[in-house]
Write a protein that binds this ligand. Structure first.
Ligand SMILES: NC(=O)c1ccc[n+]([C@@H]2O[C@H](COP(=O)([O-])OP(=O)(O)OC[C@H]3O[C@@H](n4cnc5c(N)ncnc54)[C@H](OP(=O)(O)O)[C@@H]3O)[C@@H](O)[C@H]2O)c1
Length: 297
């Protein structure tokens, strides 16, 4: 393929930081943008600028100055409960800003990859394939699905959607913790944790997800891809696996039911993805949980 230059939106985020790392390692030309100052020490200052993607004029003038062949659009409002409590901001960031960025990509013939989520599904079925019909329960899920629909319904087909599930990993000054980092921190101090038994997910190591996204770029892959971890577990069982890995008592994990949490956003009970398409077309080979946990300590 010809010379590639990738725009990574959300380069301060968990996935964005891994993408920056992998682009540097592969010597792929890239540029990162996020809303705040650069918090990723791996991202050289000359490869970064703060850019609020909801400010359309700024986005247009930036993309008129900087030529890109690919955009990996990871930037989003990712706190599901905050989205439920502030829907207009959520739709502005996750839907409308994505829609406008995609329009620019289309006009400039840039390959566009949108990061999306298992929360576009209602979680009744589980083990979802790319062809299953979305039915989001939450504002966050709807906002992401609306962003997907702009791509799916466009006559421009130079795009991919990478749907993923609970992303975890280590990063610099991230906005939020993730379940594995939190579990390792609590359990290694001998603290009890309460985890729900009735929600099932396939947690995704950010390192694997980044490789999946770059495989999309390097193959100019088009269409929808499910890109998550290899195993679907209850949140409670995730805790058990971390306790075993740490060699601490499994009694520290207390089973609870999601109904007692009273979280603002409704969540799909059972997700998890069928990975066959990504395995075949992207050579996607995600690591089992135990192979990833050393990287979090
Ligand atoms: N994390 C998960 O469990 C999960 C699960 C399923 C799908 N996903 C999807 O995967 C993608 C990556 O997730 P992540 O966990 O890496 O996200 P993250 O750590 O929350 O990072 C989000 C990034 O988006 C940037 N951002 C937010 N609003 C912006 C705006 N208006 N303009 C420019 N940048 C903005 C943030 O910049 P600042 O930090 O500078 O504010 C940050 O760099 C997201 O699209 C998410 O929806 C994530």
């Amino acid at each position: 393929m010809g010379a590639v230059r990738v725009l990574i939106t959300g380069s301060n985020g968990l996935l964005g930081q891994k993408l920056v790392h992998d682009c540097l390692e592969r010597k792929l030309s890239f540029f990162g943008v996020s809303s705040g100052e650069n918090r990723n020490p791996d991202c050289p200052s000359e490869n970064y600028r703060s850019l609020d993607l909801t400010q359309h004029d700024g986005v247009v003038s930036f993309l008129n100055q900087e030529p890109f062949t690919h955009i990996i659009h990871t930037a989003a409002m990712t706190n599901v409960d905050a989205c439920e409590l502030n829907p207009s901001h959520c739709y502005e960031v996750n839907h409308l800003a994505s829609q406008r960025l995609f329009e620019i990509a289309k006009n400039k013939s840039i390959h566009f990859t949108l990061l999306s989520t298992d929360f576009i599904f209602d979680g009744k079925q589980g083990n979802y394939s790319e062809t299953d019909v979305p039915h989001p329960l939450s504002v966050y899920g709807k906002s992401k699905w609306l962003a997907e629909l702009d791509l799916v319904r466009s006559e421009y087909n130079n795009w991919a959607i990478a749907r993923t599930i609970i992303v975890y990993g280590k990063g610099h000054q991230l906005n939020k913790s993730n379940i594995f980092s939190w579990l390792i921190q609590e359990l290694s101090q001998g603290k009890e944790v309460s985890l729900i038994t009735d929600h099932f997910r396939a947690p995704t190591w950010a390192v694997d997800l980044s490789k999946g996204c770059l495989s999309i770029v390097e193959n100019n892959a088009k269409g929808i891809y499910h890109v998550c971890g290899p195993e679907t577990l209850s949140i409670f069982d995730i805790g058990i696996r971390v306790a075993r890995y740490l060699g601490v008592s499994e009694q520290l994990i207390k089973p609870i039911d999601s109904t007692i949490l009273n979280q603002p956003a409704p969540r799909p009970p059972k997700t998890g993805f069928n990975l066959t398409k990504a395995q075949i077309e992207l050579n996607y080979r995600p690591h089992p949980i135990e192979a990833t946990l050393d990287s979090l300590r």
